[in-house]
Ligand binder design. Structure first.
Ligand code: PMP
Length: 397
């Protein structure tokens, strides 16, 4: 017998919270833990553009035969255009390769395993703080994880000098994980000149950026959110992107994303891609089709694409409104502490600065679930639940 040797794993800091939420009998409980978009009525709807694309697929699909190892070709090229735009040199020079993969997580895992198995590189730098699963993914792929400072808690702002100082100690070939936009959990992104500085640092020290791009379109817009990536790709010879359509297409349970490599030239890209495919083959063989076909259908059809962009804009704007309402409601229920920084953060999350004890009290006394780091999913807030959330926060601060 071997199973008796196994130690109980700690609950996942984010998904474990959802389990606790589900088990909570209180009817007025609110889950602001996991990053799932909710509309004004608290639902996570299927986008209309997605439903229409699915209808088309249902009518026209003729086979459920295997996809290739790298997935749907039309999807992969649509991903490249979405990431880099039509005209980017990395596409024109054909030194970009993309493999469909299961969600952002699967894409990160494939990317990390590909690097660990095929190169001398064995270290990845992640921001402190970062998405809780990054450590787990990279360590599972046998990479050593180091942290660079990113966030200055007292001022609720980016500590860019510290980030530069820490990355200056990285060695050639190290990977640097960068959140393409809507940094999770802080909501604080690099500006254009900071992207430029990071790109030059990577070039000079021969560091390889790995973009985690899970929220394209949730910050300022589809094109706007890709500016950092595109700028870095103009400067460094090599990079990796792991992108996800869980959030911006609402395709959470379809597990759809992609891993994209940009290499210094076409031949290097082709050779590297053969090993990306080998990594996938030894992992899950080939990806599931449905999510990729939905995304390819939408991005390949002018009307559906326009509809998707409008729906994405609606989600983005609703979250922005909730940020403002959150700050205003806190004030109106008498919280004197300044939370105005929340309205300048990007994406689904607000890094509230609430500490562990306050987070615990919110859960135990008020049934309001947020992550231990104080990260609040603004996308789960509505006009209906806002007063209760803010009254509870007023009690614990
Ligand atoms: N990266 C970040 C920063 C995320 O927040 C998430 C989702 N929470 C992912 C990757 C993973 O996305 P997916 O659900 O598509 O695996």
């Amino acid at each position: 017998m071997i199973f008796n040797q196994v130690e109980l794993a700690p609950a996942d800091p984010i998904l474990g919270l959802t389990d606790a939420f589900k088990a909570d009998p209180r009817s007025d409980k609110v889950n602001l833990g996991v990053g799932i978009y909710k509309d004004e009525s608290g639902q996570t709807p299927i986008l209309k553009s997605v439903k229409l694309a699915e209808q088309k697929l249902l009518d026209n699909e003729t086979s459920k035969s295997y996809l290739g190892i790298d997935g749907v070709q039309a999807y992969n090229s649509a991903v490249q255009t979405l990431l880099f735009g039509e005209q980017h040199q990395v596409l024109q020079q054909q030194r970009t390769v993309t493999a469909q993969a299961p969600g952002g997580t699967g894409s990160l895992r494939v990317a990390a395993e590909f690097v660990a198995r095929n190169t001398d590189s064995n270290t990845i730098w992640v921001s402190n703080p970062t998405w809780a699963n990054h450590n787990n993914i990279f360590q599972s792929a046998q990479l050593q994880v180091k942290q660079y400072r990113y966030y200055d808690a007292p001022t609720h702002s980016m500590d860019f000098d510290a980030m530069l100082a820490d990355l200056a100690t990285a060695k050639a070939g190290d990977l640097v994980l960068l959140h393409g936009c809507c940094h999770n959990p802080t909501g604080i992104d690099l500006n254009q000149s900071q992207w430029q500085t990071i790109a030059e640092l990577c070039l000079q020290k021969e560091l390889v950026p790995l973009f985690d791009f899970a929220y394209q379109g949730f910050g300022d817009g589809v094109e706007e959110d890709a500016q950092g990536l595109r700028l870095v790709a103009d400067i460094v010879p090599e990079l990796i992107v792991a992108n996800s359509f869980s959030k911006n297409f609402g395709l959470y349970n379809e597990r759809i994303g992609a891993v994209t490599l940009v290499a210094k030239d076409q031949d290097t890209a082709k050779t590297a891609f053969s090993q990306v495919k080998s990594t996938i083959r030894g992992n899950y063989s080939n990806p599931p089709a449905h999510g990729a076909l939905i995304v390819a259908t939408i991005l390949g059809d002018n009307e559906l694409r326009a509809m998707w962009e409008a729906e994405l804009q609606q989600m983005r704007e609703r979250i922005a409104q909730m940020r403002v309402l959150f700050v205003d409601t806190l004030k109106s229920v008498g919280v004197s502490q300044d939370f105005s920084f929340i309205s300048t953060q990007n994406g689904m999350f607000s890094f509230s600065g609430l500490n562990k004890a306050q987070v615990e009290r919110l859960r135990e006394e008020f049934g309001i679930y947020i992550v231990g780091s104080g990260r609040i999913s603004v996308a789960g807030m509505t006009r209906d639940n806002m007063p209760a959330i803010c009254h509870a926060i007023a009690q614990v601060v």
